[in-house]
Design a protein around this ligand. Sequence first.
Ligand SMILES: Cc1cc2nc3c(=O)[nH]c(=O)nc-3n(C[C@H](O)[C@H](O)[C@H](O)COP(=O)(O)OP(=O)(O)OC[C@H]3O[C@@H](n4cnc5c(N)ncnc54)[C@H](O)[C@@H]3O)c2cc1C
Length: 391
Amino acid sequence: MGKFKGVDFYAIDSFLSEEERLTRDSVRDFVEERIIPIIEDCYEKARFPEELVKPLADLGVLGASLPTEYGCAGLGSVAYGLVIQELERGDSGIRSFASVQGSLVMYPIYAFGSEEQKRKWLPALAKGDKIGCFGLTEPDFGSNPSGMMTRAKRTKNGWLLNGSKAWITNGTISDVAVVWAKTDENDKIRGFIVEKGTPGFTAPEIHRKHSLRASVTSELVFSDCEIPEENILPYSGGLKSPLMCLSQARYGISWGAIGAAMACYHTALEYATGRVQFDRPIAGFQLQQAKFADMITEITKAQLLSLQLGRLKEQDKATPAQVSMAKRNNVDMALQVARQCRTILGANGISGDYPIMRHANNLESVYTYEGTHDIHTLIIGAEVTGIQAFK
Ligand SMILES: Cc1cc2nc3c(=O)[nH]c(=O)nc-3n(C[C@H](O)[C@H](O)[C@H](O)COP(=O)(O)OP(=O)(O)OC[C@H]3O[C@@H](n4cnc5c(N)ncnc54)[C@H](O)[C@@H]3O)c2cc1C
């Protein structure tokens, strides 16, 4: 496969600063050298390449948009988005690891944690010395997390946690879990830092996945699990707190999906120009060209959405509904692009010798997690009509 040089039909690079381009290119090189050569094998064996955690941390991608005083890279929103785009061009599972660590573990500790908690956890998570996970979803409460059953009861020295979480990225390999539970203080949802090895806490892995196979997904089980008072996130309160974390992650995913789409598009374009049927490259047939015209148009629209969203975010002006629009559009776009590229490769489209089917299967999870496509439809619908249609 030829070297990836980017997909940029509208000279979108010219809207980026030199620093943003350099940041993207350094991650792009890393993905080419370290992720792409091994990822198909990891996917097949359902193995998360833990050996990449430290190198990813050294590259500065973990919690990359958080401040340098906590050992993070302090990137702007667009530079961060470009980092995520490149990681997902490698694999959505690797990107999921980085998104969870940065947006769903480091961000809540940064936003809702005490100074002591920030100093204890953020540098270690940024360096990849510790791995984290985020426990919101439960077996019976996914799209509607407000119904969660996990409960934290006040005790003399802290809290007693009971309940379970499902579908938690990084769970089994995590040193620390940020867990959301209803407290006995008016059922208010609060965030808790649960450390690995805490008695009553287990994190069994979920197997037999056909998607995100190079990522660890787990249950989290809490059975009379004692959490010391210093491990509650003191500034967390209400469902708004985990939703703020999800907004960070969803923003990144809008970029990540572009990366997955780029990988498929690049592969299919190269294939179509080389593959000869009826004595000419298949790229020369109008039916195939229509697919490429549609795909490059959709990728370009997605790039413009995420770029403008990133610029709004840098001015602190991005709204949750705008984030929903980018996540919803771009993940759907990437899934459609992956499926279309699969057809262009014919039988080879289903082979692990090409990355397309892996991306397509991964994107099925991305379509569902961080708010399903439907839920983002309802968020946008509520924003424009002023009427909630969730119930
Ligand atoms: C690989 C993977 C990793 C994940 N990682 C994490 C993680 O790290 N942490 C975490 O907390 N969670 C994680 N999740 C869970 C994910 O966020 C949930 O799966 C998601 O929120 C959807 O919940 P659900 O699966 O229970 O589906 P449900 O909520 O049961 O939804 C099923 C279907 O019903 C639709 N639906 C639901 N409500 C409505 C409505 N009001 N109107 C119309 N349609 C509706 C949905 O759109 C969907 O199509 C992960 C999931 C996967 C697959």
